[in-house]
Write a protein that binds this ligand. Structure first.
Ligand code: FA5
Length: 349
């Protein structure tokens, strides 16, 4: 076959191949194959040197013509492919902005957390800072240093979960705190000789029967104020203000005499029932009153155990539940709902 005929054959093959290049990658490969440095058209051009002298100009011209024709064909094919690839991508990535949005599922804070935060806010307004003490306590802090000696009958008030292992010496035994009061000793020992005004929130644990009003794990918020001239009036004023801010509206606060080993005198504070305004209903068990907290003046022995000289310093302390006030406020009739993990209940708050 003559060199001219071969050249035309390559030209035709190139045009036929071009039609089969359906992607820009395939087109790149085509360009390499025919127009690249080692491409077939380039090889054709190199043959000129071995041809009869008289054929050289015509062959050279034809190679150049074909090269240009193929370059143009390549350019227009590239244009077409780019356009169709872009259209394809736009279609594949299309977003229908008219579709309705999917609602975002949002969680929210547990009723206990909401109540705790409300208590922090209320007491922060009265100058109390939050002080955190450990859940796993030493026996001495939970009992002895709070004036509850080993065989004191008041230990029965706080049936205890003991932690196994570790130092089993009396006082050093570990337990899950039965109330937040041990934090009083920790706060005093850390802050002495500064006056202090703290609330101590936290979970408490008691080995007791679960009922509609009692869980074996529940929260308390303890309050402690120690200063040079603190009196019972400060305690009652603080708790009255708390009652107004938490339960809302002006309502009377009642002080009843009570007993705790770590306060002297000791009291229980009640507020007029928020549901019946003191008339008597199921929530207040027809008494007209709701219990707010156990409280009292810090016992001199406890002050001294905290490092404060009871002849110079005095203080008040209170301990309030968290779930029970939330039950009163939101009309929850069974404390077990709090930690039953039933979303139908939790979503209501
Ligand atoms: C005490 O725990 C004392 N430490 C409170 C105190 C602190 C008195 C400082 C004086 C000075 P009491 O056992 O009454 O007291 O518990 C206080 C509150 O914790 C109760 O009023 C109640 O709201 C809550 N509470 C007690 N036991 C449970 C329970 N099993 N389930 C849910 N809440 C409870």
């Amino acid at each position: 076959m003559s060199a001219f005929a071969e050249l035309e054959q390559v030209h035709e093959a190139a045009l036929a191949d071009l039609k089969t290049a359906l992607t820009t990658q395939a087109l790149d490969a085509w360009e390499d194959r025919y127009l690249g440095r080692k491409g077939e058209i380039t090889l054709q051009a190199r043959q000129v040197g071995q041809m009869a002298r008289e054929d050289r100009p015509a062959f050279g011209r034809r190679v150049n013509e074909i090269k240009q024709l193929l370059e143009q064909a390549h350019a227009s094919r590239l244009e077409v492919l780019r356009h169709s690839e872009l259209t394809e991508r736009l279609e594949a990535e299309a977003i229908d902005v008219t579709l309705p949005g999917r609602p975002v599922v949002r969680g929210h804070l547990h009723l206990t957390t909401q109540t705790l935060r409300e208590l922090y806010d209320i007491f922060a307004k009265m100058g109390f800072e939050v002080y955190e003490a450990p859940d796993v306590e030493l026996e001495a802090y939970n009992f002895d240093l709070l004036n509850i000696p080993q065989y004191h009958p008041a230990r029965d008030m706080w049936d205890t979960f003991w932690v196994e292992g570790g130092d089993q010496q009396r006082g050093n035994r570990r337990l899950l705190r039965t109330h937040t009061s041990p934090g009083q000793i920790r706060a005093m020992r850390e802050r002495y000789p500064e006056p202090l005004r703290v609330i101590l929130p936290g979970k408490c644990y008691r080995y007791e029967q679960i009922t509609v009003r009692s869980e074996h794990q529940f929260y308390q918020v303890e309050g402690l104020a120690v200063g040079p001239r603190i009196t019972m009036t400060d305690l009652i004023g603080t708790m009255t203000e708390f009652s107004h801010l938490f339960y809302g509206r002006d309502r009377r606060v009642r002080v009843r005499s009570s007993y705790f080993p770590f306060t002297e005198p000791s009291v229980e504070l009640d507020t007029e029932c928020i549901l019946c305004d003191g008339e008597g209903c199921a929530v207040c068990k027809y008494t007209g009153w709701l219990e707010i907290a156990g409280a009292g003046m810090v016992h001199p022995i406890v002050l001294a155990n905290g490092g404060y000289d009871p002849d110079v310093w005095s203080g008040f302390a209170f301990g309030a539940g968290v779930e029970r006030p939330a039950m009163q406020k939101f009309g929850v009739e069974d404390i077990r709902l709090f930690y039953g993990n039933d979303l139908r209940f939790l979503r209501q708050f």
